[in-house]
Design a protein around this ligand. Structure first.
Ligand SMILES: *Cc1c(COP(=O)(O)O)cnc(C)c1O
Length: 388
């Protein structure tokens, strides 16, 4: 068998006829960039979160949303922002865009999420903000993070790229009371707009600034103050802003993907449970599970090879590929990447839990477009590889 014959990709989006028809409608409408559909998508997102009044700001990536949130909070040179080493570089790079510095901390091996105790230990007079990441779709202990932030006067911006829909104590991530929460609609996330993201906040001032900076630092409110009728040609530039707006073509996808989130989550949950059951007797460490009654988005299903299994992680991955199963590793921790390692002089011994998890972890396929037969095939092949 060649790989292309019967290869199961690690991830695939599920785009239906409703999404396609809405994109075609957008193309025919003559309005392809940010317009009525982006606005409708923002409103629909607020309603999904159960808070029609919450500010939802559609952007062309989660990276853009994180950047806008930190910019609006005034993060800049001389400031420090604490986040987890066990994440994608986007979480941290946005801090460097603004000239501030990143302080990386280790994870709690029980959750693979940032360890709140270690956050507290890294706070200095320069610390301004914490960026927790709801890794794989399991909620960070936001009660502890918000508590630390309140105690030390810090801001909190949640990287919720994996966390739609995730709950903590039955509340959806996005409504936890941090300064801002940012979701991703990248191709492999739990819903997609191709590329896209949503910045969510209850802070009206942050929202106002982010909306201005999303589109070139353009402000139309100045004119609004003097007349109810805004001539379409008039604007003022109040800052050197960015080009981070979401197109109506992308929002057309988002409107229908968002409606499918409950069904998508149910399907992901079913696959995760099938994996949990099928691998329970193997020398594999299952992904951290949510507490009873809470929702895990199951964006990722991350297995760890236990110590008893005398097989290198890389060999495990080679065998999965040889059997036609795509997989990935989330993540090569930031402390191992040349840029972060060299800028901050980082060593693996500073992050023992992230390092150990990284060395033994593999993410296996989990997405709604998988058939039951695909799921059974992954199960069969993982069992064969482990049992030899
Ligand atoms: C995907 C991802 C991002 C970036 O999302 P984009 O929409 O691609 O910018 C940020 N953080 C984490 C943890 C991610 O997985």
């Amino acid at each position: 068998m060649t790989m292309s014959d019967n290869f199961l990709p690690f991830a695939l989006p599920e785009i239906g006829e409703d999404e396609i028809a809405e994109v075609v409608d957008t193309l025919r409408s003559g309005w392809v960039t940010t317009g009525p559909k982006a606005r409708r998508f923002e409103q629909a997102f607020a309603e999904f979160l159960g808070e029609p009044q919450i500010e939802c700001i559609a952007v062309n990536s989660a990276t853009a949303g994180l950047h806008l949130a930190l910019e609006a909070l005034g993060i800049g040179p001389g400031d420090e922002v604490i986040t987890t080493t066990h994440t994608f570089t986007a979480t941290a790079e946005v801090v460097r865009y603004l000239g501030a510095d990143v302080v990386l901390v280790d994870i709690d091996p029980k959750t693979l999420n940032i360890d709140p105790k270690l956050v507290e230990a890294e706070i200095t007079p320069k610390t301004r903000c914490i960026i927790p990441v709801h890794y794989a779709g399991l909620a960070v202990d936001m009660i502890a993070i918000l508590d630390i932030a309140r105690k030390h006067g810090l801001r909190v911006v949640e990287d919720a790229a994996h966390a739609l829909p995730t709950t903590l104590e039955k509340e959806l991530i996005g409504t936890m009371g941090s300064d801002a929460t940012v979701f991703s609609f990248y191709a492999n996330k739990t819903m997609t707009t191709g590329e896209g993201g949503m910045l969510v906040t209850r802070n009206a001032e942050l929202a106002r600034r982010a909306k201005v900076m999303r589109l070139h630092g353009m402000n139309r409110d100045a004119f609004d103050r003097f007349t109810a009728k805004v001539p379409s040609w008039y604007y003022e530039i109040v800052a050197p802003g960015f080009k981070y707006n979401l197109t109506d073509i992308a929002a057309a996808l988002g409107l229908h993907q968002l409606k499918r989130i409950p069904a998508f989550q149910a399907r992901r949950e079913l696959i995760a449970q099938a994996y949990n059951d099928a691998f329970a007797d193997l020398p594999l460490i299952p992904p951290p599970q949510p507490v009873e009654g809470d929702t895990h988005s199951w964006h990722l299903y991350v297995l760890r090879l236990s110590e008893e299994l005398e097989m290198e992680r890389d060999v495990f991955i080679e065998r999965l590929y040889a059997a036609g199963i795509g997989c990935s590793v989330h993540y090569i921790p930031l402390h191992l990447h040349p840029y972060w390692r060299d800028r901050y002089g980082l060593r693996p011994e500073q992050f023992p839990h992230s390092q150990k998890a990284f060395e033994r972890m593999v993410s296996i396929p989990l997405y709604t477009a998988m058939t039951d037969a695909d799921v059974q095939r992954v199960i069969r092949i993982v069992r064969e590889i482990v049992l030899g």
